[in-house]
Write a protein that binds this ligand. Structure first.
Ligand SMILES: Nc1ncnc2c1ncn2[C@@H]1O[C@H](COP(=O)(O)OP(=O)(O)OP(=O)(O)O)[C@@H](O)[C@H]1O
Length: 256
């Protein structure tokens, strides 16, 4: 069983406050979508949960353990798929396979043994599961396309079988066919993990969604999709960019 509690979180950069007094909790597997306009603080929230940003106030507990501002404690529970920008990637050569193996070995207790063949099989299964074709496994990771890199990051995040998966805009570099496959995969993962994913399009993952956190800096709403995806509520966060078409909420002009 997995649980996360975020209590009265105030976080930002230096004295610059991005999120103020934000609280939510969730118990059990499922999918929490984090939605909000550009600059709302979605990435800031994920980085704070990861312990990379120390909050000015508040507390984050995972399975009852206080992990606030402590990336190594968080790492026991959480896998992270960052947003891929295609810019400023490291230029050291590492194949896809090597990258995933390295991340796996780094998480092993000391003395760190090389990856055994059984473990290698597991890594290969994960690469297949995330939809990375065999022909790219021996390619330099940094030469992959944006979408392929994103799948590689997902494989890296899954290799330790974490209880919680944090995904920052998982669809941003994925083509339309790939989006359907990735949405299905996220849905499947959310059956036994807690997935927390930021997004600009609530519809892609809606049928798998347990809770939605609509956030815009110091304002937020947390609840089930039925409670949150209402025009009056979405307008509090997005203003006039919200369009209601039949029973669906669409957010226009929300991304880049
Ligand atoms: N390292 C940083 N130092 C200072 N300010 C930052 C830093 N990173 C982000 N910010 C600021 O914090 C605010 C929230 O940014 P954040 O990246 O969390 O938003 P977001 O909701 O993820 O946006 P997007 O949808 O555009 O990815 C923005 O005003 C941004 O300029």
């Amino acid at each position: 069983m997995v649980s996360i509690t975020v209590e009265n979180l105030t976080a930002g950069y230096g004295k610059y406050i991005v999120l103020k007094n934000l609280s939510f909790k969730h118990e059990g597997p499922g999918l929490i979508q984090v939605l909000g306009p550009n600059g709302a603080g979605k990435t800031t929230l994920l980085r704070t949960i990861l312990g990379l940003i120390k909050p000015m106030e508040g507390r984050i507990t995972i399975n009852g353990e206080d992990v606030t501002g402590n990336p190594s404690r968080v790492g026991k529970y959480v896998g992270y798929v960052p947003q891929t920008t295609g810019l400023s990637e490291p230029d050291y050569p590492l194949t896809v396979m090597e990258l995933i193996e390295c991340c796996y070995v780094l998480r092993k207790p000391w003395p760190r043994m090389l990856v055994k063949s059984r473990e290698k099989e597991r890594i290969m299964k994960i690469l297949e599961m995330v939809g990375l074709p065999r022909e790219v496994w021996d390619k330099n990771f940094w030469d992959l396309s944006g979408g392929q890199k994103q799948r590689g990051y997902l494989a890296r995040a899954l290799v330790h079988d974490p209880l919680i998966l944090l995904m920052d805009e998982p669809f941003s570099n994925i083509d339309p066919n790939g989006r359907v496959d990735l949405a299905e995969l996220i849905g499947k993962l959310s059956r036994n993990k807690l997935v927390i994913a930021t997004s600009h399009d609530p519809m892609l993952l809606l049928k798998y969604t347990t809770k939605i956190l609509l956030v815009n800096r110091e304002t937020y709403v947390y609840g089930s999709p039925e409670e949150v995806l209402r025009k009056d509520i979405a307008e509090k966060i997005y203003g006039k960019a919200v369009l209601e078409v039949r029973e669906h909420i669409h957010i226009i002009d929300s991304h880049r």
